[in-house]
Design a protein around this ligand. Sequence first.
Ligand SMILES: [Zn+2]
Ligand SMILES: [Zn+2]
Length: 359
Amino acid sequence: MQDFAPARTTSWRLNASCEALVATDEPRPVPKGREVLMRVSHCGVCHSDIHIREGKYNLGGGKTLDLSQRGLKMPLTLGHEIIGTVDSVGPDVTTVKPGDRRLLHTWIGCGECPLCKSGDENLCAAPQFLGVQARGGFADHVLVRDEEFLVNVDGMDPAVAATYACSGVTVFSAVNKIRPHREGEKIAVFGCGGLGQTALQLLKALGMGPVIAVDPSPEKRRQAEAIGVAATLDPNAPDAAQQLAAFAGGRLASALDFVGSEDTAMLAINGLRKGGTLVLVGLFGGELRYPLPFFPMRAITVRGSYVGSLKELKEFVALAKQVKLPPIPIEKRPMSAVNEALHDLEEGKVAGRIVLENA
Ligand SMILES: [Zn+2]
Ligand SMILES: [Zn+2]
């Protein structure tokens, strides 16, 4: 006798802000059209998962951004650094088959607006990001809208490749915004945690610099030195601005800020040469107060960078293979330890990245 009961799947759900995620059993989706159902093997845990669980960002001046205004609806399955194998495919899928391992581009938009149609789905005003608005990868399975969002990472360590979907492509997209690099010009990198260290490796691989690495932690400055930067700086030193100016010698063309605090942004902006660019990536929070006439007089650019596009993810995967980009330290844990992982990340107890694995 055949069993016609629909197949089931488990996902770790957030039912209300600030609560623990709860393992929830539900029917397993059946892919239609160009959809692909992936069996998740690994999913990275990101700082934004903590913000999403809290449901807010700090905007400075006592104000916060409530993420429910950004399309977040509970219950929600978090997790946006997903790698897995194809479980089943819709009838119109032509490029993958069950069993194929793929990395997921999770920054999916509406697919209809001008930004989505030109490949900038990560900037869509109606995002369907996996693990943010749509069901994510802290789960056994995840449904992807279109096979085009699957990236081939054959030959790569899946736990490392998973992190490329968010932390990797975020760094790559930020570095792209300060290219092309002019010889003899200098770059400052603020924040030398996971993202900052990946940026230092990438700048080195691309031959960009000299670079100054800025971080209050002596340990992280030592790690930056080990990667091979020209100088390091403690931003809390009383003469930090003067030290930065001495390094720059009037040639600080770009700054990448992976912290995004009032202090880092101001130190960076004040240190730039005329025509220089600050790329803000970090979401620490706060607000910027800066005299408007200085923007035209110094012709500086302050721009934000948010994750990256599918094209950038593919370029980054190819580059990481080509230059053998050293991986950030990865700590593997079972998927069932997701709540402890979020807790440890929040407490700052994680060096590098936690990647959750399904058994
Ligand atoms: Zn992330
Ligand atoms: Zn769109």
